[in-house]
Design a protein around this ligand. Structure first.
Ligand code: ATP
Ligand code: RIB
Length: 307
C-alpha cells in the first residue's frame, strides 16, 4: 500500500474582491464582485493532492464556525482525511482578504485565527500520523516553530519532506535546511530566504545553489508563467509552463505543490512530477479562486494525452 501524504498547514476562508485596479494607499475604489472561497495554503495543497489522486491526511486547525465547517466538507469531498483537524472553540477559522485585479494579479492579507493553534503540542499529539506517512508537506501560515519541529520529526522518521516557504519567513534556523528534501519557493520567497535582490535568471540559479549548499536536497523555484527551475546536485533545469491565458493566479503555487506531492506518491520521477504539477497549475490559473481553480486528475491527463 502506498504511504500517505501528510499535509500540515493552514485552512482559511478567502474573502475575494474582484476589481479593475488595486487601490493605492489611502484610495477607495469600487469592487466588481465579492465571493467566499475555501483557501489557505495548507488546505489548497491538500485539495490539489487529493483531487489529483493522492492519499492525503491533513493536520491543521479551524474554528467552530461556518467557515470551518465548509472547509472540512470541501476537503472531505476532495478525498482528504480530515479526521485529525482540530476544531477550536476559542478561535475563529483563519481568513484571507484577497484583491484580484483585471490582470489576474492578487494581493492577500491573512488573519490566522485558529491556524495559530497548529503548534508543536498539537503535532506531538498526532505523532502516529508522522510515523505512518511517506511524505510530509508544510507551508508557513502556521507557527514557524511548529514547521521546524515537524520537519525535524519527519526527517528523524526517514520521511520525504517538502517545504513551500510561503509566505517567506524573515529567517529560518540554520539547522533546518538539511531536513528539507524539496524546497519550493517562488522568486520573491527565494530572494527573501537568500537575502538577495530581486532576481534575473542567473541570480535565481545562484540563490537556489546557495540553499543547496546549506543542505536542501532539491530546490524547485516556481517562476509563474515561465514554469519551474529545478536545482539539485545533479542538474539545473527549467521546465517551461504551458502557455495559457491567466485570469487569477491565486493558489497557483499551492496547486503546483499538491500536484507535485501526489505525483511523487504515484511513483513519478522528480522531473515527471514537475511536468505534471506544471500542467495542473497552468489549468488552475485559468480559473478564479483558490480551491475552486484546482483541476481534477482526469483534466490534467486529458491535456497530457492531447500533447
Ligand atoms: P501564488 O502565490 O499566486 O499562488 P506562486 O507565486 O506561489 O503563486 P507561481 O510561481 O506564480 O507561484 O506559480 C506556480 C506555478 O503555477 C508555476 O510554476 C506554473 O507552473 C504555474 N503558473 C503560474 N502562472 C502561470 C501562467 N501565467 N501561465 C501558466 N502557468 C502558470
Ligand atoms: O496561496 C493562496 C492562499 O494564500 C489563499 O487561498 C489564501 O488563503 C492565502 O493563504
Amino acid at each position: 500500500m502506498r504511504k500517505r501524504i501528510l499535509i500540515v498547514g493552514s485552512l482559511n476562508m478567502d474573502i475575494v474582491v474582484d476589481m479593475k485596479q488595486m487601490p493605492k494607499t489611502g484610495e477607495t475604489v469600487m469592487g466588481k464582485h465579492l465571493s467566499y472561497i475555501p483557501g489557505g495554503k495548507g488546505a489548497n495543497q491538500a485539495c490539489a493532492a487529493g483531487r489529483l489522486g493522492g492519499s492525503v491526511t491533513m493536520l491543521g486547525c479551524v474554528g467552530k464556525d461556518s467557515f470551518g465547517t465548509r472547509q472540512i466538507q470541501e476537503l472531505t469531498d476532495c478525498h482528504v482525511c480530515m479526521e485529525y483537524v482540530d476544531v477550536k472553540e476559542e478561535e475563529p477559522t483563519g481568513t484571507a482578504v484577497i484583491y484580484v485585479d483585471e490582470q489576474g494579479a492578487n494581493s492577500i492579507v491573512v488573519v490566522p485565527g485558529a491556524n495559530s493553534c497548529c503548534d508543536i503540542q498539537y503535532l506531538k499529539a498526532h505523532d502516529v500520523l508522522f510515523q505512518n506517512c511517506g511524505y510530509v508537506m508544510f507551508q508557513m501560515e502556521i507557527p514557524k516553530e511548529a514547521v521546524c519541529y515537524g520537519l525535524t520529526r519527519a526527517k528523524e522518521l526517514g520521511k520525504i519532506t517538502i517545504l513551500n516557504p510561503a509566505p517567506a519567513p524573515d529567517s529560518l534556523p540554520e539547522e533546518i535546511w538539511d531536513k528539507i528534501d524539496f524546497l519550493t519557493p517562488n522568486e520573491t520567497e527565494l530572494a527573501k530566504l537568500t537575502g538577495m535582490e530581486a532576481m534575473d535568471e542567473e541570480s535565481i540559479r545562484k540563490g537556489a545553489r546557495k540553499l543547496l549548499a546549506k543542505g536542501v536536497k532539491h530546490v524547485l523555484v516556481t517562476l509563474g508563467s515561465k514554469g519551474v527551475l529545478l536545482v539539485n546536485h545533479k542538474t539545473e533545469q527549467i521546465f517551461p509552463a504551458k502557455k495559457v491565458k491567466a485570469v487569477d493566479t491565486t493558489a497557483a503555487g499551492d496547486c503546483f505543490n499538491g500536484a507535485f506531492a501526489a505525483a511523487l506518491q504515484e511513483g513519478y520521477s522528480i522531473e515527471e512530477a514537475i511536468r505534471f504539477a506544471n500542467l495542473a497549475s497552468s489549468i488552475a490559473v485559468t480559473r478564479k479562486g483558490a480551491q475552486s481553480s484546482i483541476p481534477r486528475r482526469e483534466e490534467v491527463y486529458s491535456i497530457c494525452a492531447a500533447n
